[in-house]
Design a protein around this ligand. Structure first.
Ligand SMILES: NC(=O)c1ccc[n+]([C@@H]2O[C@H](COP(=O)([O-])OP(=O)(O)OC[C@H]3O[C@@H](n4cnc5c(N)ncnc54)[C@H](OP(=O)(O)O)[C@@H]3O)[C@@H](O)[C@H]2O)c1
Length: 289
C-alpha cells in the first residue's frame, strides 16, 4: 500500500515517519516546501497551491492520504484565520476531491478541541461545538472527509512526548525548564485525555491499513489536567515533581476561551484496534528514558 503523508515535518508527522515499518508499505512524506526528513526525501505539497497538490498526488498516486498537515496551533489560527481556513479547509478539500475522483481513501487527523469542553468524556456521537477558530476550521475539514467514500476522521487528543526535530514544542520547553530546576505552572483546571506520540503514530498507521470510515476518537486512557500530566512525568524522567505547580485558566487570560474539559471516550477505538496498548503516563515516559 502507498500512503502519502501530509505534515511529515510536524510533531506528529515525524513520529509517523519514525514508527513506519517496512511491512507497512510505501510511505511518501510531504510538507509545504519539500527537502529531506532525515534519510527520507520529502515531497513538496503546499496545500495553498492547488496545482502543486494535484501534480504531487497524480505523480505519487497514493492508495491513501494520511492528512496530518495543518495550521495546528490555536493561536496561529486566531492570528491569521484566512490562512487557517485556506490550509485546513481548502487544502483538505483538494485532497478529498482527488480521493473521490480516484476512489482512494483519506484519513484526517482532527482534534478534541471541536468540543466546547463543558461536559467532557465525549464519544463520537456527541455534537461538536467549537469555541476557537482553529477547531472551527478542523470541523469544516472533517465534513469534507466524511463526505468522501471510505474517509476517516480521527479526532486526536492532546499529544505528549519529545519532538523528533523541528522547533521546540510546549512539551520540550516545559521539560527543559524542569531539567534546569525551574518551577513551572500548568493548568490544573483544564482536562484532556493525553496520549503519547509513538502510540498515536502507531494507531494512525494501523487505522490507515484498516477499512474503518466515519469518525473515531483517538485518545489516552486517563482524564488528567496538564498539571497532573507533568506532575506524574517529572519523577519518571528524574526531575523534581515539586517544580510542577498548579495554575488556573483564569491566571492566563487569552484572546480566545479555552475549553475546560475536552476529554474523549475511546471505546470505539478499543473495539477497532483491540491489540493497541495505550500506556498510562508513567509507562509512556519510562520508554523515553
Ligand atoms: N499535536 C497535538 O497535540 C495535536 C492534537 C490534536 C490534533 N492534532 C492534529 O494533528 C495534526 C498534526 O499536528 P502537529 O502538532 O504535528 O502539527 P505541527 O507540528 O504544527 O505540523 C504541521 C505540519 O503541517 C504542515 N503544513 C503547514 N502548512 C502547510 C501547507 N500550507 N501545506 C502543506 N503542509 C503544511 C507543516 O509543514 P512545513 O514544515 O512545511 O511547514 C508541518 O509538517 C494536525 O492536523 C493537528 O490538527 C495535533
Amino acid at each position: 500500500m502507498r500512503v502519502l503523508l501530509t505534515g511529515a515535518t510536524g510533531l506528529l508527522g515525524r513520529w509517523i515517519v519514525h514508527c513506519w515499518r517496512p511491512d507497512d508499505g510505501t510511505l511518501i512524506p510531504t510538507n509545504s516546501r519539500g527537502g529531506t526528513l532525515g534519510p527520507h526525501p520529502c515531497l513538496a505539497l503546499d496545500l495553498t497551491d492547488a496545482a502543486q497538490v494535484q501534480l504531487a498526488l497524480d505523480q505519487s498516486n497514493p492508495d491513501l492520504i494520511l492528512h496530518a498537515a495543518a495550521i495546528s496551533k490555536p493561536e496561529a489560527a486566531r492570528r491569521d484565520p484566512a490562512l487557517a481556513w485556506h490550509v485546513n479547509v481548502r487544502g483538505t478539500s483538494l485532497l478529498a476531491l482527488w480521493c473521490r475522483h480516484h476512489n482512494r481513501r483519506i484519513l484526517l487527523t482532527s482534534t478534541d478541541l471541536v468540543f466546547d469542553g463543558q461536559r467532557g468524556n465525549y464519544s463520537e456521537d456527541a455534537s461538536p461545538s467549537p469555541i476557537v477558530e482553529y477547531a472551527r476550521t478542523k470541523l469544516a475539514a472533517e465534513a469534507l472527509v466524511r463526505d468522501t467514500p471510505g474517509g476517516l476522521v480521527a479526532r486526536v487528543c492532546l499529544l505528549y512526548g519529545p519532538s523528533l526535530g523541528g522547533p521546540p514544542t510546549f512539551f520540550d520547553q516545559a521539560l527543559a525548564d524542569l531539567r534546569q530546576g525551574r518551577p513551572r505552572a500548568f493548568f490544573a483546571d483544564e482536562f484532556r485525555t493525553p496520549l503519547d506520540l509513538p502510540t498515536a503514530a502507531r494507531a494512525l498507521i494501523d487505522l490507515a491499513h484498516s477499512d474503518v470510515a466515519g469518525t473515531l476518537h483517538l485518545a489516552g486512557p486517563e482524564r488528567v489536567s496538564r498539571f497532573e500530566l507533568f506532575r506524574r512525568l517529572a519523577p519518571v524522567l528524574g526531575y523534581d515533581a515539586n517544580l510542577v505547580q498548579p495554575g488556573r485558566l483564569a491566571d492566563l487570560p487569552s484572546p480566545e476561551p479555552r475549553p475546560a474539559d475536552v476529554s474523549l471516550c475511546s471505546l470505539r477505538l478499543s473495539q477497532i484496534l483491540p491489540e493497541l496498548h495505550r500506556p498510562p503516563i508513567e509507562e509512556a515516559a519510562s520508554r523515553w528514558t
